[in-house]
Design a protein around this ligand. Structure first.
Ligand SMILES: C[S@@+](CC[C@H](N)C(=O)[O-])C[C@H]1O[C@@H](n2cnc3c(N)ncnc32)[C@H](O)[C@@H]1O
Length: 371
C-alpha cells in the first residue's frame, strides 16, 4: 500500500517479464554471495555480476531463495541512448530526450543496484542498527555501482542511504507473502515526476526497470514518469507529491488554470463512472458512443500512460455489442498499451491478441445483445 510507505513511487507489483522486440536478450554471468552480516533475520547478500553491474540485497533468507530463481536474462535497449541527463529548472537533474521520440520507443532498461526488504524499516530494530546494516551492504557493491548509487539525489537529509532510498526507490514484489522490497535504480532515478508523464514503466520478473515513451517527444523535451496515481484529482496529487517527496508539483497538469483543472478532475470522475458501468457484464446503457467517449476522455486528459485497461474494456465492449471491426481495432491498441505498461506477458496482452485474432469466436461476441 503506497500510502503507508514513505519510500517510493508506486509500481505495479512485479509485472511479468517481456519479449519486447526492441530489447534484446543476453545471458548474464551472475552469482549470489552471503556476506555473513545479519541483524535478526535481515542479512546482506551480494551479486557483483547481476545485471552486469552488481546488486546488493538486504533481505531475509526466504527472499534470497526468490532472488536465486530470478532468470539471468538481460534486456538491453537496442539502440544508443535516446536521452541525456541535465539540470531542469526547479527540479534538480532530469532526463531529457535527445531526439524526436515516438510512442513505444524504449528509453532505459536497468537492474536495481540496491534492494531492501520493506519490513526492515518497519521492524523494531533501532535505526542506528538499520543504518549500519545498510552502510555495510553498500560497501559490498563494486565501486562504480556504489558511486552510481551515491550520486543519486537525497531530498530530505539525514542518513545518506536512507535518504536516497526515500527519494528514489521503487517498490517491487518478489512474490509470496513477504516479497515487498524497495529497489534503487540509479539511472532511472533521474526521471522527475509529471502527473501526465510521457514515459511509462514497469519492473519485469527479471527485476529490470523498463521505461517506454507513451507519446511523441520533441528533442530537448524532458522525459518524465509519474510517482503517484495520476487519476486522482489535482489537490490529492499535489499533497502526495508534497508529503512523499517534498516538492510542490508544478507539472504540466497541476499548472492548469483552476477552470481547466476542474474540467480535468471532472473528466477523471467521468472516466471512473464509465469504466464502472462497462465493467459490469449485465449493465444496460452501454453504447458505441459511450465507449468512444471513454477513449476521448483519456486522450483529452493526456493519460496515455495508463490507457491500457481502458482500451481493454473498450475492445471487449465493442465485441459484446457485435462490432467486430471496432473490437479488433481497440484490441490492438489495448495490446500495445498494456505491453508498454506491463510487458507483453501480462494477462491482458495475451487476451487482447486473442480477441484481435478472432472477435467472433471470442466468448464476449454479442454478449450485450439479445439472443
Ligand atoms: C527521483 S528524484 C528525481 C531526480 C532528481 N531531480 C535529481 O536531481 O536526481 C526525485 C526528486 O526530484 C525532485 N522532483 C521530481 N519531480 C519534480 C517536480 N515535478 N517538480 C519539482 N521537483 C521534482 C524532488 O526533489 C524529488 O524529491
Amino acid at each position: 500500500d503506497p500510502s503507508l510507505c514513505p519510500w517510493s513511487p508506486p509500481t505495479p507489483c512485479l509485472a511479468r517479464d517481456t519479449q519486447q522486440e526492441s530489447l534484446r536478450q543476453e545471458p548474464l554471468p551472475s552469482k549470489w554471495e552471503d556476506v555473513g552480516k545479519c541483524v535478526r533475520k535481515w542479512c546482506i547478500f551480494v551479486n557483483r555480476g547481476f545485471g552486469g553491474e552488481g546488486m546488493v540485497a538486504v533481505t531475509t533468507r526466504p527472499n534470497l531463495q526468490k532472488l536465486l530463481k530470478v532468470g539471468e536474462i538481460r534486456r538491453k535497449a537496442a539502440s544508443a541512448p535516446s536521452y541525456y541527463v541535465d539540470q531542469v529548472p526547479g527540479k534538480g537533474l532530469g532526463v531529457v530526450g535527445n531526439k524526436t521520440l515516438h510512442r513505444g520507443d524504449p528509453v532505459m532498461a536497468e537492474f536495481p543496484a540496491f534492494l531492501v526488504h520493506r519490513e526492515l524499516e518497519r521492524s523494531t530494530i533501532p535505526q542506528t542498527e538499520q543504518f549500519s546494516l545498510l552502510d555495510d551492504a553498500l560497501n559490498e557493491l563494486p565501486p562504480a555501482r556504489r558511486d552510481a548509487f551515491l550520486a543519486q539525489m537525497g531530498h530530505f537529509g539525514g542518513h545518506r542511504i536512507t535518504d536516497i532510498l526515500t527519494t528514489n526507490a521503487f517498490q517491487l514484489d518478489l512474490g509470496g507473502d513477504d516479497g515487498h522490497h524497495y529497489g534503487s535504480f540509479p539511472a532511472v532515478s533521474r526521471f522527475n515526476h509529471d502527473c501526465r508523464p510521457n514515459v511509462a514503466f514497469y519492473i519485469s520478473d527479471q527485476l529490470q526497470h523498463i521505461t517506454t515513451v507513451v507519446r511523441d517527444v520533441a528533442p530537448g523535451e524532458e522525459l518524465s514518469l509519474t510517482y503517484l496515481d495520476s487519476s486522482k484529482p489535482r489537490v490529492e496529487r499535489q499533497s502526495r507529491a508534497r508529503n512523499a517527496w517534498g516538492f510542490e508539483c508544478g507539472c504540466s497538469q497541476c499548472q492548469l488554470s483552476d477552470v481547466a483543472s476542474a474540467k480535468s478532475d471532472e473528466r477523471l470522475e467521468e472516466i471512473k463512472e464509465i469504466e464502472k458501468l462497462i465493467s459490469d457484464p449485465v449493465s444496460t446503457g452501454v453504447t458505441p458512443g459511450l465507449l468512444r467517449r471513454l477513449a476521448k476522455l483519456y486522450k483529452d486528459d493526456r493519460l496515455e500512460v495508463e490507457v491500457g485497461s481502458a482500451y481493454t474494456l473498450i475492445a471487449l465492449n465493442f465485441n459484446m455489442l457485435g462490432d467486430a471491426a471496432a473490437a479488433t481495432r481497440y484490441a490492438k491498441l489495448a495490446e500495445e498499451a498494456v505491453t508498454i505498461e506491463g510487458g507483453p506477458d501480462v494477462g491482458d496482452a495475451k487476451a487482447m491478441r486473442e480477441l484481435a485474432a478472432g472477435p467472433k469466436e471470442h466468448f464476449t461476441w454479442r454478449r450485450r445483445l439479445p439472443a
